[in-house]
Write a protein that binds this ligand. Structure first.
Ligand code: PHE
Ligand code: ZN
Length: 872
């Protein structure tokens, strides 16, 4: 926890001097301590010549019991042990290394390595958790075949799991038992997994195209089995989809998933033994919303897809993380689009990029999709590596065409099967297979920042000239940006909404280029960057009537939604400025009113799309229009516009709510979920009018609900309406779901997002409540994350009490779970984006955190936030 943290550089990569062909692990699980005996067959890396004999093994928080080379204890002179690992000296070219360590999973609250989650023991090794289990070269380019023996008390831990096939099991005396697993595939240590516990299970099977029968099992704490069926069905769906889409079949006889309550992330793709946060497995209509169902489906698919993109072909080093994550998120996105409303699914992806990735790419933590350096790898599991990484893949797929791209991905997987490779290897394989020239495209991986794409159009003599220009702002450590290779889809429509030029992709390579469309009868309406063909900010001033036409007629639902968003933004911007200048709020823009009226009069068949188009842009999107975010003004503008829409269209919204009211018989499918979404949206608008009728209606919806989606719609509508109805429904909720921690997370979020009264005091009380558990990341994210994200006015309170609360929690957490503490610190880091007094208050809180003795994780984030933005 002290000293200057070591920064690692991509350019410093060196292959491992020794390789480990075989790893044999023995876990002796006892109360109070677990003994790990590791035996490795080691040989010199034949590709490296020159000095050898000396080797570094990573290891943290381990008690070294013994270490031997070829069964001879290593002499003291040949051993240098430190806090982060050890050096071995005088090694032969080939040897057997035996390392015995002791670890204490019960006292490991970092949730890395072997740790306790409620009554079970489980592991998390990505990125570098394996070095909390034994001394080992904890790097993904050392790939080995693992045999694992686990022994534990038979009553307390009847289920013993590890990667691969169970080849032996039995009694071990004194009420103990054991199991031996063998994984036939060589893997990096970050994919190692072990679970021991008294668990319930649901089982199923999947038969692959070539006839292999795969046994599927999903384990969870007893009593939750009925919440696991959707995850199991999703897994089978994902297996079938990967065969149908990429021709990829599962490669072992068993696939096991375990759901654990304490987990730092969503889930982990360990070979044949995925470990999941319960939040990404449990889905039952009583306790999970439609979006929970969708998240479970997509995360289950994501982890399954990693079996090829990540496990069979893995990363050479952690700078290459997007090699597996970008590609796997892309595959997950394709899967999601094939399983829901394609338009709305893409809208959700676009919103994520704009609301979360663009801000990251414009803030103190901006980094390329392939970072150049890091202090703590755990800080780089970012929206940039994941989602921007997926957008880069999507761009290549668009340029190549989907079929050619799928073929190219298969070429990549064949070429590098069983290897640990780089992003460059991937891009090369895509070039080889598709014939694309990606020379300039590679800049997307190397340079951070969101390019601005400025578009202007001129029309004369039947000819439309579309001028595209690009510019990318400086980011920490990267002053000057090259030109990117930007695929931009363009389509032209006439006034009646007919297509006059079918969508095509043009590539902007130079800083500025003009594209000409000839032979047009009249000036067309231009639709560009349709569905966000590149992760850029579009600057294109289009008149309201053009936007209204696109909103009504564009053939791409994402473009229709985008046009609607632009219409809302114009009014919202004016409202922000009015609030800032103490002027009366502006009248709602005419274009926007026309748009909303048209939507309500003639709604799209896709009800989820209707709901999206009726939703005003997020606070983040409004803030994007300003140099400095004025939190109070943005909130005031959003509320004002929503209330005005509700007042003007009250009758239509009532009718919409009636036509989409809950009707019982819950199913999770596109049509039913779309209907529920429209109902929730209408209810949310009507709630802005705060009438006794709407309060009663929300309460009635809550009381009659046969599913969590409708219940949450009612609770959300009552969110800003203090009174009897809100208190009654919340009290019922807290009691009804008291024994369901994931549902209590929703309750914590509701409390944290409630504005009236002293929110900070309320959140502080909840932090001390029995229903809160500081060591569980889901609870912390719900309460503290829910407060920061869900309660802008409370968090940004003038007396700075909101910032102080978050700073206190970062400091308290840093001592037990640095990974989570660093994530919370990320909430204060982008203070520069805010107007005063917000910026100064956030900065002060961050500086106070910075004065403490911090983990490397949190230190890296705090330093970036307080730095001069020059960066590493
Ligand atoms: N690799 C996991 C994924 O599928 C994420 C993860 C990273 C989980 C690190 C735990 C720790 O995206
Ligand atoms: Zn992943």
């Amino acid at each position: 926890m002290t000293g200057t943290p070591q920064r690692k550089y991509r350019s410093d990569y060196q292959a491992s001097i020794y390789l480990i062909d075989r790893v044999s692990l023995d876990f002796d699980i006892r109360d109070g301590s677990t003994r790990v005996t590791a035996r490795h067959s080691v040989r010199r890396n034949p590709q490296l010549i020159g000095t050898g004999g000396r080797w570094w093994l990573d290891g943290r928080d381990l008690r070294l019991v013994s270490i031997a080379v070829d069964d001879e204890p290593v002499a003291d002179e040949a051993l240098e042990v430190s806090e982060t690992g050890l050096w071995l000296n005088g090694l032969p070219d080939r040897f057997t290394l035996t390392v015995v360590t002791e670890i204490d999973p019960d006292r490991n609250l970092s949730l890395e390595g072997l740790y306790r989650s409620d009554d079970m023991l489980c592991t998390q090794c990505e990125a570098t958790g394996f070095s909390r289990i034994t001394y080992f070269p904890d790097r993904p380019d050392v790939m080995s075949r693992y045999t694992t023996r686990v022994e534990a008390d038979a009553e307390r831990y009847p289920v013993l799991l590890s990667n691969g096939n169970c080849i032996e099991s039995g009694a071990a005396g004194e009420g103990r038992h054991y199991a031996v697993y063998e994984d036939p595939f060589a893997k990096p240590c970050y994919l190692f997994a072990l679970v021991a516990g008294d668990l319930g299970v649901i089982r199923d099977t999947f038969t692959t195209t070539s006839g292999r029968e795969v046994a599927l099992a999903l384990y969870t704490e007893h009593g939750n089995e009925d919440q696991c069926h959707h995850a199991m069905a999703s897994l089978k769906d994902a297996m079938a989809w990967d065969e149908a889409t990429y021709g990829l079949e599962y490669d072992l006889d068993s696939f096991v998933t375990v759901a654990v309550g304490s987990f730092n992330m969503g889930a982990m793709e360990n070979k044949s033994l995925n470990i999941f946060n319960t939040a990404c497995i449990f889905a039952h209509q009583d306790t999970a919303t439609d979006s929970d169902f969708a998240r479970v489906r997509d995360v289950v698919a994501h982890e399954y897809f990693h079996n090829y993109t990540g496990n069979r072909v893995t990363c050479r080093d952690w700078f290459q993380l997007s090699l597996k994550e970008g590609l796997t998120v892309y595959r997950e996105h394709q899967f999601a689009i094939d399983h829901g409303s394609p338009g709305v699914t893409r809208i959700e992806q676009v919103r994520m990029i704009r609301d979360v990735q663009f801000p990251e790419d414009a803030g103190p933590r901006a980094h390329p999709v392939r970072p150049e350096s890091y202090v703590e790898m755990n800080n780089f599991y970012t929206i940039t590596v994941y989602e921007k990484g997926a957008e880069l893949i999507r761009m290549m797929a668009q340029m190549a065409g989907r079929e050619a791209f799928t073929k190219a991905v298969k070429h990549y997987l064949d070429k590098h099967d069983g290897q640990a490779v780089t992003i460059e290897d991937f891009v090369l394989a895509i070039e080889e297979s598709t014939g694309l020239d990606l020379a300039q495209f590679r800049h997307w991986y190397a340079f951070a920042g969101t390019p601005r794409l400025r578009v202007s159009s001129r029309f004369a003599d039947g000819r439309l000239s579309l001028e595209l220009a690009q510019a990318t702002p400086a980011t920490p450590g990267q002053e000057n940006k090259p030109n990117f290779d930007i695929p931009v889809s363009v389509a032209l429509f006439d006034d009646a909404g007919q297509v006059v030029r079918a969508p095509e992709i043009v590539r902007l390579i130079e800083q500025r280029e003009t594209f000409v469309f000839d032979g047009l009868a009249a000036e067309p309406t231009v639709s560009v960057l349709r569905g966000l063909t590149a992760p850029v900010r579009l600057e294109f001033d289009q008149p309201d009537d053009a936007l209204v036409r696109l909103m009504a007629h564009d053939s791409d639902p994402v473009s229709r939604w985008d046009a609607a968003q632009s219409l809302y933004i114009a009014t919202l911007k004016a409202a922000v400025t009015a609030h800032q200048n103490d002027e009366p709020m502006p009248a709602l823009g005419e274009g926007m009113m026309t748009a909303v009226a048209a939507l309500l009069a003639d709604p799209p068949d896709d009800r989820a799309l209707l709901a999206e188009m009726l939703t005003v842009p997020s606070a983040t999107q409004i803030g994007e229009a300003f140099d400095a975010i004025d939190v109070a003004a943005v909130e005031a503008a959003r509320r004002y516009v929503k209330r005005e829409i509700a007042a003007r269209f009250e009758a239509e919204l009532e009718r919409l709510a009636d036509a989409h009211a809950p009707s019982g018989g819950y199913v999770f499918d596109q049509v039913a979920a779309g209907r529920r979404r429209v109902f929730a949206t209408a209810l949310d608008y009507l709630a802005c009018l705060d009438t006794p009728a709407i309060r009663k209606r929300a309460q009635a919806v809550y009381d009659a609900a046969d599913n969590m989606t409708d219940r949450m719609a009612a609770l959300n509508a009552l969110q800003d309406l203090p009174g009897e109805e809100r208190e009654a429904t919340r009290a019922d909720f807290a009691e009804r779901f008291a024994d369901q921690p994931l549902v209590m997370d929703k309750w914590l979020r509701l409390q944290a997002a409630t504005e009236d009264g002293d929110t900070v005091a309320r959140v502080r009380n909840l932090l001390a409540d029995d229903r809160f558990d500081f060591t569980n990341p889901n609870r912390v994210r719900a309460l503290v994350g829910g407060f920061v994200r869900g309660n802008p006015l409370g968090f940004h309170r003038a007396d700075r009490a909101g910032y102080a609360l978050v700073a206190d929690e970062i400091l308290r957490l840093d001592a037990i779970n640095p990974q989570l503490a660093a994530a919370l610190a990320g909430l204060l880091a982008p203070w520069r984006r805010y107007a005063e007094p917000y910026a100064g208050g956030m900065r002060e809180a961050l500086a106070r955190v910075g004065e403490a003795d911090l983990s490397d994780n949190t230190r890296e984030i705090v330093d970036a936030g307080l730095g001069d933005q020059a960066g590493p």
